[in-house]
Each structure stands twice: as C-alpha cells, then as structure tokens.
Design a protein around this ligand. Structure first.
Ligand SMILES: NC(=O)c1ccc[n+]([C@@H]2O[C@H](COP(=O)([O-])OP(=O)(O)OC[C@H]3O[C@@H](n4cnc5c(N)ncnc54)[C@H](O)[C@@H]3O)[C@@H](O)[C@H]2O)c1
Length: 313
C-alpha cells in the first residue's frame, strides 16, 4: 500500500509516517514547513522517521498536486494551520492552509481516484457543546475561527464523498499529546517550564476540562480509518475518553519532572472552550478503535521526550 501523508513534518504526521513505514507501507510525505512554529522542530521530527520516506516540499495551497497522487492508495491529510488563539488575527492563513489546501487535495484525489481520504478534523468543531461526552450527531458550533475552518474542510470531505464517491473519513481529534507535541500546546509548554524553570502563563482558572488523546492512539485511528470498512463520508470522534483538568495536568507533570512549575495567572482567552469530551461509540463501531494509552503513561512518555531536549537537566 502507498500512502500520501500531508503535514508529514508535523507532530501527528511524523508519527503516522513512522508507523506506516514500520508496517511496510510506501510513504510519500509532503510538507512546506510553515513558520507557525520553529522549523527546527519539524526538521527534527523528520529526522526521527526511520525508513525510506519520499519527501516533497510542496505547499498544498499552490502546488500542482497531481504529481503527488501517482500510485497513492490512501491520503492521510494531516497538514493544517493549527491553534485556536492565532486564528482571530491570521484568519487568511487559516482559510488558506485548512480550507483551500483541503479542497485542492480533495479535487486532486477525485481526479486520480485515490481509494481513501482520511482527514484530520478537530474537536474544535463542537465549541461549547450542550452535553458531554459529545456525540457526532450534535450540531457543531465552533467557538473560534480555527474551528470554523476545520469544520469547513470536514464539510468539503462530505461534499466530495456525496458528489464524487471520494471515500473520505474524517477523524475529530481531541487534544493530542505525546512526544514531539507542538510547542504551542499546553503540555509541551508545561513540561518545558518544569524542566527549565521558565514561567508558564495559565489562562483561566486551570479548571478547564480536556479529553486528551495519546498520539499513538491517534495514529492507530488513522490506520483503522484507511484500512477498515467505515463508509464514505464517515465522521467520528477520536478521543482518549478522560476528563482531565489543566490543574491535574500541571500536578502530573510536576510529579513526573520532579520540579514545580512557576505559574503566572492570566485571564480567559477568547476562543478557548470550558470543556471537551468525546463519545467514542461510533469510532468503536465503525473503526473498531479504542484508545489504549492512559494520560499518566502518555505524559510519562512525553516528559521523557522533553528530557532528551535538555540533557543537562
Ligand atoms: N494536535 C492536536 O491536538 C490536534 C487536535 C485536533 C486536530 N488537529 C489537526 O491535526 C493535524 C495535525 O496537527 P499537528 O498538531 O500535527 O500540527 P503541526 O503543525 O505539527 O503539523 C501540521 C503540518 O502541516 C504543514 N502544513 C501546513 N499547511 C501546509 C500546506 N499548505 N502545505 C504543506 N504543508 C502544510 C505544517 O508545516 C506542519 O508541519 C492538523 O490538521 C490539526 O488541525 C490536531
């Protein structure tokens, strides 16, 4: 089987490519190394991928995508402009990387007749949901421009499935964590703060609840979406299943690192939701998937990864 992994230099994409190569897939990866965060980390992610990755440095918004499709059985579309907070001021960038790029890729997939198109959607499509755990049948009401663009691309997947038989499967990831986590994400910054003594700005009370999902479990959901018999147009939650407050995460990281974190208290951030929590009944039924790694075990692996970045600590 041959895969095209978009966003291959990123957090999720690099883990996915590594797993596919280990399993004997041929993998073509594409990434334009956007400057949302340090390209050094992205290059380091790429160099961690053992195996024969075919790397293409194309921008999905502008490049000719047809040559990327040759021989490809499955597209894993992980490329995107993540992050809730910057999406207010840099909306054009979010539309370009999340909506335009996705539509161009779907169009190329349609032209080439690719067998499966797996899309990295987000729990951000839900906003402040009315009930928890949230099911896919609830009306999405994003709370941020980022969530709006992720939902728009998810709808495009549905549009291409219904009109052109592109076999799309959209996975709504709930906060992904683990080694190589993006440097803008809270766990990454908390672990770095614990190890280096840098202050951590805590927005809100710390009592906001998140459903965290270990990156290895997210990778397994992608493989199940590509190889199982989920129908075209499927949309499922990919959630770890826990309800953990940020204060719980802080305490766990402090314990794992053996150091206290210097917190500086800030107000609420526009776009942040109070709680996320995903019902995974559909993922179990349609993908045969369930998370395996607990928050404790996953955080231990992530903190170990941060230690490798600070060998003298
Ligand atoms: N990490 C999470 O908690 C989370 C949660 C929900 C959804 N998601 C989604 O999962 C996907 C992967 O997230 P991540 O955390 O690995 O992000 P990431 O930023 O680490 O990886 C995304 C990669 O896509 C690349 N990229 C962006 N636009 C591109 C373009 N136009 N052409 C080529 N490459 C491009 C970037 O350079 C980056 O390396 C994203 O689509 C994100 O919206 C992530």
């Amino acid at each position: 089987m041959k895969a095209l992994v978009t966003g291959v230099a990123g957090f999720v994409g690099s883990h996915l490519a590594e797993r596919l190569l280990t399993d004997g897939w041929e993998v073509r990866g594409v990434d334009c190394l956007t400057d949302y965060y340090d390209s050094g980390q992205k290059r380091s992610n790429l160099s961690s991928i053992a195996g024969d990755l075919e790397l293409r440095g194309e921008d999905l918004r502008t490049s000719d995508l047809d040559p990327l499709m040759s021989g490809v059985d499955v597209i894993f579309h992980q490329a995107g402009q993540p992050g809730v907070r910057a999406s207010w001021d840099e909306f054009d960038s979010y539309v370009g990387h999340n909506v335009t790029a996705s539509q161009r890729l779907l169009e190329a997939a349609r032209r080439s007749g690719v067998g499966r198109f797996v899309y990295a959607s987000s729990s951000s499509v839900y906003g402040n949901a009315e009930t928890y755990p949230t099911t896919e049948s609830m009306l999405p009401k994003p709370q941020s421009p980022y969530g709006v663009t992720k939902l728009a691309a998810e709808h495009l997947c549905g549009v291409y499935a219904r009109n052109f038989d592109v076999h799309t499967v959209s996975l709504r990831y709930f906060t992904v964590f683990g080694p190589r986590q993006r440097p803008d994400m809270a766990m990454h910054r908390l672990a770095e703060a614990a190890l280096t003594g840098a202050p951590f700005p805590l927005y809100g009370t710390g009592e906001q609840i998140r459903d965290f999902t270990f990156v290895g479990d997210v990778v397994e959901a992608n493989v199940a979406a590509a190889t199982g018999d989920a129908p075209a147009g499927t949309v499922v939650n990919v959630a770890g299943g826990g309800s953990t407050t940020l204060n719980d995460v802080i305490a766990t990281i402090e314990r794992l690192a053996g150091k206290r974190i210097a917190l500086t208290r800030k107000g609420d951030q526009a776009g942040d939701v109070d709680r996320t929590g995903g019902d995974i009944t559909e993922a179990r039924a349609l993908l045969g998937w369930a998370p395996k790694i607990s928050i404790e075990e996953g955080l231990a692996r992530q903190v170990e990864w941060h230690r490798t970045r600070h060998p003298s600590v």
